[in-house]
Design a protein around this ligand. Structure first.
Ligand SMILES: [Ca+2]
Length: 253
């Protein structure tokens, strides 16, 4: 066997799978090609998803930051408004616009009552005895339906509180005449000797039943006038009280 024959024999011994494509070689290459492209597509899809997720995270972070900034801005805006309001309130206080004057006791310049009871010994108990600063002296009226006592403040005052002290040193049955206390304010002077209607004044408060040793009445804001009325809503009875203390402040125009 010469060299040519040897080469030929060697070529014939090479497997056909290396030298020649298999009968379905075209399909094999197509699968390889598509397989490579599918991996690329898959990698592309994964990359796109990652990019989308990253974009979503960034968007959420941006929205959160924006919301926080807006919240901080709103808080600062409210703080500024409150500061401006406080400054305005302070200015009004300085100008007397909303300043509430100090409440103090108002001493009446005069006092009157529906009638003056006179004892068998000729002793009289006028209205001034309920405004003399002495708890041991008291005013005293004849019997009336809804007897009244009145303090003349001789100027317009805002009335905030009235403290009525019952007659001292007497039997409980006598002091029990102080029943159904009513206190009010009016700018009309009541007439001595005349019954005073229950709606003849602005009522501060009424205390149903026995008043006890002391009756405390509060007046709502805005109640003002020159005359403070103390009245007992009773049928045909005497009125006798030791002291009336009035608290408020003077009207300023
Ligand atoms: Ca007195």
């Amino acid at each position: 066997m010469n060299a040519y024959d040897n080469k030929t024999a060697l070529l014939k011994s090479v497997p056909r799978t290396v030298m020649d494509p298999p009968p379905d070689g075209l399909m094999y290459c197509t699968v390889l090609f598509l397989g490579a492209n599918m991996r690329c597509i898959l990698l592309g899809v994964i990359a796109a998803i990652l990019v989308a997720v990253a974009a979503l995270v960034l968007a959420c972070a941006a929205i959160t930051m924006s919301t926080m900034n807006k919240s901080e801005d709103e808080t600062k805006r409210l703080e500024d408004l409150e500061k401006r309001f406080r400054n305005l309130e302070q200015q009004l206080n300085i100008q007397g616009g909303v300043e509430k004057p100090e409440v103090s006791e108002i001493r009446p310049g005069d006092a009157l009552q529906i009638s003056i009871w006179t004892s068998s010994g000729g002793r009289k108990y006028p209205a001034g005895l309920a405004a003399d600063g002495n708890d041991n002296t008291h005013m005293y009226t004849n019997r009336h339906t809804n007897p009244w006592w009145c303090a003349d403040l001789q100027d317009i005052y805002h009335i905030k509180r009235v403290v009525v002290t019952n007659r001292m040193h007497s039997e409980e049955a006598i002091r029990a005449r102080a029943t159904n206390l009513r206190v009010g304010v009016t700018s009309t002077r009541p007439q001595v000797g005349e019954n005073l209607a229950l709606d003849a004044y602005t009522l501060c408060e009424e205390k149903p039943g026995y008043m006890g040793p002391i009756g405390i009445v509060n007046c709502p804001d805005g109640v003002s006038g020159q005359y403070v009325i103390v009245q007992f809503q009773v049928a045909n009875n005497h009125m006798h009280i030791a002291e009336v203390k009035i608290y408020g402040y003077k009207e300023t125009l």
